[in-house]
Design a protein around this ligand. Sequence first.
Ligand SMILES: Cc1ncc(COP(=O)(O)O)c(C=O)c1O
Length: 398
Amino acid sequence: MQGTESKTFDIAWVREQFPSLQLRVDGHVAAFLDGPAGTQVPKQVMDAIQNYLLNANANTYGAFLTSRRTNETILSARGAMADLFNCGPNEVVFGQNMTTITFALARAIGRELKPGDEIVVTTLDHDANVAPWRALEEKGVIIRQVDIREADCTLDLEDLKRKISARTRLVAVGYASNIVGTINPVAEITKLAHAAGALMFIDAVHYAPHGPVDVKALDCDFLACSPYKFFGPHMGTLYGKKEHLERFKPYKVRPATDTSPECWETGTQVQELIAGIAAAVDYIAELGRHCDATVKNRREALLAAYRATRAYETGLVTRLIEGLLAIPNVRIFGVTDPKRFDERCSTLSFRLGRDVFGRTRNLHLGWQFLRFEFVRAARCRTKRRRAPHRSGALQHRR
Ligand SMILES: Cc1ncc(COP(=O)(O)O)c(C=O)c1O
């Protein structure tokens, strides 16, 4: 994790912010174990959504009060996401979810590609960062898929270097794996992509809940994430370098503005949820201020929150890995050496023996132990997958 010291992560304060943690199931406190479904949301996100619907519910660019408030809501959310990404507000695009945004972006970029142009994707990625690029095969674009190192479920960087060439137009890589928790060296991969003259697209859906994003430091061209994974509502957001958002042409209705970033937001947006996104970022910033009262602005508060969260999660995942390794017949997929924990987030997959069908069964745990997921078959066994259509070999659902 970037940053040095970590202040205390006040778990009791954090829990108080989430009303849904009061839920009881058969008289017991509920445990929310469906990580891929996203996080629970704090009270201020609920309030922001309700407040928008009560006081600002309209469409954009009218002269009347609620429409003006709608414009302000969207602007303020762009500012919040700009602080989270470390970019300009005009470089923030909202959309239905990461998958939909990525399909739209791939179509727009695809308008400029020719048969024989190449795109590099990886086996470690969620299919939402593979299928949209593979859709361009219809235009004659060649997709090259980078393999993983099975021993620790990290990206095979030598394979990546071999697959990037003068024909590569875009490299699409995930920041962190939602299955095995591997954090990829995306800054280094961005340099490799740029050295070949290619664009770099990062899927940060799984990383953004666990670590700070800094698109300026990464120098990536695009980066997408989903606020519902970091305490916000079910939506997606995209960072795009201003020059790219202005140059590439999204598919849109003719009367819609050509001005970026709005031209990327087709149709009427879910404005109440955009209000919720700003509140989610503000919640993380509030957590940061709670951990470190010396922060001077929202970006610094966000970084403080991530430092504290990272320290807390590292403690949990260390205990979890130690405990699992003590159980016979458990295989953990991914990095297990504590010295290499900067290469992983707290999401974990492990196999517990075999089920009656001879298949393996993985358990995938993460965010404060609240992630729990059965995964069919040993996803790290990439050799068994069918090339070239083995898109997202580690993926099975959202
Ligand atoms: C790593 C990763 N990428 C992409 C997605 C798809 O995101 P969305 O549900 O916003 O389309 C997910 C969803 O779980 C994910 O974990």
